[in-house]
Design a protein around this ligand. Structure first.
Ligand code: SAH
Length: 397
C-alpha cells in the first residue's frame, strides 16, 4: 500500500502526527500548518523532517491545497468558540473563520481526500460550525460518524471528553454507523445501539463547580443539602462527584496514575510543589489524587497557573489521609491550616506526566527554551494520542 498523504491542520505540538504514527498505518504528513510559533518550535523539535508551514490556514490558496494532493486531513480547529466556559461565539467568533474557510475549499478541491478526522471540545456537537461541517460532508458524498470520547474508554486514568468526527469518501456506511447519533464509546463488533449518547449524565467534566459563595452554605450546585457524614466531602463537591471519584478509583479497568508518573528522583521535581499561598487559598478547589488513584481531571491550558478546574494535583505523601487534614479545618488558625495542608506534599503533574497521560511516546520532548508554563499551555490544547490513533484505525479500517 502506498503511504497515505496526510495534511495536519492546526498541528500544535503534533498530537495528530503522534496518533498517525501510533496507528501504524503507512502514511506521511505532507504538511503541518499552525500559526503558533512556540508550538511550531516543539513540532519541529520532534518532527524535524516534516514540512511545517507557519502560516494561517486562510492564507493557503486552493491552488496550494491542490498541489499537496493529499488523501487525508487530520485537524483540531481552535476550541475556544465552543467551550462551555468561553463565550460560545461559534461561527461568529473570528477563530472559527479558518475552519469555515476549509469547509469552503473542500468541495472545490481537484481531488477530494478519502479520509477526514476532526477533533474538538465537547460543545462543538451542538454548534453551527458542526452543522456546516456536516452539510459540507454530505454535499461532497462523505460517510461520517461522530463521537464523544474520553481516554478513560481506553483505561487511561484521565478525563478528557472530546468531540470527534471521522469521515470517508464513500457511500457505504461504517459497520457501526448510528445515523443522527453520537457514539460515546469505541464501536465493538456488535451493533452500536446500546452505546448511543445518553446526554450529559455520567461525564465527569459535565459537573459544574459550585460558586465559591456557596462554600459555607452547605448546599450543592443543584440546591441539595450536602450530607454531612457519607464519606468525606470537599466543600465544593457534590455527593455524586464523590461517588464518581470513588467508583473510578475502584474500577480496575482503569490504570493507576502511578504508571504515568516520573520518578521521585527526577531532578527539579521540587519546583512543582504547590506554593503555600495557593494551598491556603485554593485548598477546597483542588482535585487531589494520589499515585494509586485511577482518575484525574482534564488538564487544561491554565494548569500550573490557575488552580480552579484546570486539572488534578498529586498528593505525594501517600500515607496521609485527606480526612485528617480537612477535619474541623475551618476552626483552625492560618498557620495550623498551612501546617496540615503541607503534610500532603501536593505537587502539580509535570509536563512529562501529562504527556504520558496524553499518550505521547517517551521520545517526545520539549526544546529547552520552552518554559514550563508554555508546556502546560500547549499540552492543554493537545489531544490524547491513543484515542485518536484508534479512531484513525477505525476510519481507515
Ligand atoms: N492538535 C494540536 C493542537 C490544536 S489547538 C496538538 O496536538 O497540539 C489549535 C491550534 O490551532 C493552535 O496551535 C493554534 O495556534 C492553531 N491555529 C488557530 N487558528 C489558526 C489559523 N487560522 N491558522 C493556523 N493555525 C491556527
Amino acid at each position: 500500500m502506498e503511504p497515505l498523504r496526510v495534511l495536519e491542520l492546526y498541528s500544535g505540538i503534533g498530537g495528530m502526527h503522534q496518533a498517525l504514527r501510533a496507528s501504524g498505518i503507512p502514511a506521511e504528513i505532507v504538511v503541518a500548518v499552525d500559526v503558533n510559533t512556540v508550538a511550531n518550535d516543539v513540532y519541529i523539535h520532534n518532527f524535524p523532517t516534516t514540512p511545517l508551514w507557519p502560516k494561517t490556514i486562510e492564507g493557503i490558496s486552493l491552488k496550494e491545497f491542490n498541489r499537496l494532493s493529499f488523501d487525508m486531513i487530520l485537524m483540531s480547529p481552535p476550541c475556544q468558540p465552543f467551550t462551555r466556559i468561553g463565550r460560545q461565539g461559534d461561527i461568529s467568533d473570528p477563530r472559527t473563520q479558518s475552519f469555515l474557510y476549509i469547509l469552503d475549499i473542500l468541495p472545490r478541491l481537484a481531488k477530494l481526500p478519502k479520509y477526514l478526522l476532526v477533533e474538538n471540545v465537547k460543545g462543538f456537537e451542538t454548534s453551527s460550525a458542526r452543522n456546516e461541517l456536516i452539510q459540507t460532508l454530505e454535499k461532497c458524498g462523505f460517510t461520517y460518524q461522530e463521537f464523544l470520547l474520553s481516554p478513560t474508554c481506553l483505561g487511561i486514568p484521565n478525563s478528557r471528553l472530546r468531540y470527534f468526527l471521522i469521515a470517508r469518501l464513500q457511500s457505504e456506511h461504517f459497520p457501526f454507523q448510528a445515523p443522527g447519533k453520537i457514539l460515546t464509546d469505541f464501536p465493538s463488533q456488535e451493533p452500536a445501539d446500546s452505546k448511543m449518547s445518553k446526554g450529559p449524565e455520567g461525564w465527569a467534566e459535565h459537573s459544574s463547580p459550585v460558586p465559591t459563595q456557596e462554600l459555607a452554605s452547605g448546599y450543592d450546585n443543584n440546591g441539595r443539602q450536602r450530607p454531612q457524614k457519607e464519606g468525606f466531602l470537599f466543600k465544593l463537591e457534590t455527593v455524586e462527584e464523590l461517588e464518581r471519584k470513588q467508583h473510578a478509583d475502584n474500577d480496575l479497568s482503569l490504570q493507576m496514575l502511578r504508571k504515568y508518573l516520573q520518578d521521585d528522583v527526577v531532578e527539579g521535581l521540587s519546583q512543582y510543589f504547590l506554593p503555600l499561598k495557593s494551598l491556603l487559598r485554593y485548598a477546597f478547589l483542588l482535585d487531589i489524587v494520589t499515585p494509586t488513584c485511577r482518575r484525574s481531571t482534564c488538564f487544561t491550558k491554565g494548569y500550573g497557573h490557575y488552580i480552579e478546574g484546570t486539572g488534578s494535583v498529586l498528593q505525594t505523601a501517600e500515607d496521609i489521609q485527606l480526612e485528617s487534614v480537612f477535619k474541623s479545618f475551618e476552626a483552625l488558625s492560618e498557620d495550623e491550616k498551612l501546617m496540615r495542608l503541607s503534610t500532603l506534599k501536593l505537587r502539580y503533574f509535570t509536563p512529562r506526566e501529562i504527556a504520558n497521560l496524553h499518550g505521547f511516546p517517551p521520545e517526545f520532548s520539549f526544546p529547552d527554551k520552552v518554559t514550563i508554563k508554555q508546556c502546560y499551555r500547549l499540552l492543554g490544547n493537545s489531544l490524547n494520542v491513543h484515542v485518536v490513533a484508534k479512531l484513525i484505525l477505525i476510519l481507515v479500517g
